[in-house]
Write a protein that binds this ligand. Structure first.
Ligand code: ZN
Ligand code: ZN
Length: 197
């Protein structure tokens, strides 16, 4: 090279700066990358750019991590909510289930018994009014059409039998209950003959 160094006019240049093309003497080569040479100004600039790039990269990485953390938190929150709602539903179903079938059976049984006893009481009323028990249940219904003689559990009629001066009233044959009401001639007592047919 026949040029002089840009920064030392008395010295011969040996290379050109790869970036600004300035002729440089040996002393003015700030950085060498393979066959590329850089002056101090350009090297500082590159360092600054590199630094900026690194800072930007760090910022981007931080944002990525923050976003990821946020997504993880949202995910966990959704999973928690889902588990909570499943458990709530399960608890609700268990609660409903716990209350429903057993209580329903009890309710049905009580209704059935009330109907049964009401029928017995109405038979006694019939006797008080007409002086004797009806021979068949339909005679009672003819006088009192509103009286229901059908058991709600089995959907079958209660069984009535006139016996001597009293009667025996039984739950339907297919029902699980085996009660009988036996009324004696003086109408004073209802006898529950459970399991004693
Ligand atoms: Zn340069
Ligand atoms: Zn120089």
């Amino acid at each position: 090279m026949n040029e002089m160094c840009k920064y030392h006019p008395g010295r011969k240049a040996v290379v050109r700066c790869y970036r600004c093309n300035a002729p440089l003497c040996r002393e003015c080569i700030a950085y060498q990358d393979g066959d590329k040479y850089y002056c101090k100004k350009c090297f500082d600039y590159i360092l600054k750019q590199e630094y900026k790039r690194e800072i930007d990269e760090i910022k981007r990485e931080t944002r990525r991590k923050q976003l990821l953390a946020l997504l993880v938190i949202i995910g966990l929150l959704l999973i928690t909510l889902e588990i909570y709602s499943i458990n709530k539903n399960k608890a609700y179903l268990q609660k409903t289930y716990r209350i429903s079938p057993k209580d329903l059976v009890i309710k049905q049984n009580i209704k059935s018994l009330v109907k049964y006893i009401t029928l017995g009481e109405n038979l006694v009323k019939y006797k008080e009014k007409y002086g004797k028990y009806p021979n068949k249940l339909y005679e009672l219904i003819l006088k009192y059409p509103k009286i229901d003689t059908i058991d709600i559990i089995t959907n079958e009629g209660f069984m009535y039998e006139k016996k001597g001066d009293g009667f025996v009233l039984s739950m339907p044959e297919n029902g699980s209950r085996k009660e009988k009401i036996r009324v004696t001639r003086d109408n004073r007592y209802f006898e529950n003959l459970k399991n004693n047919r």
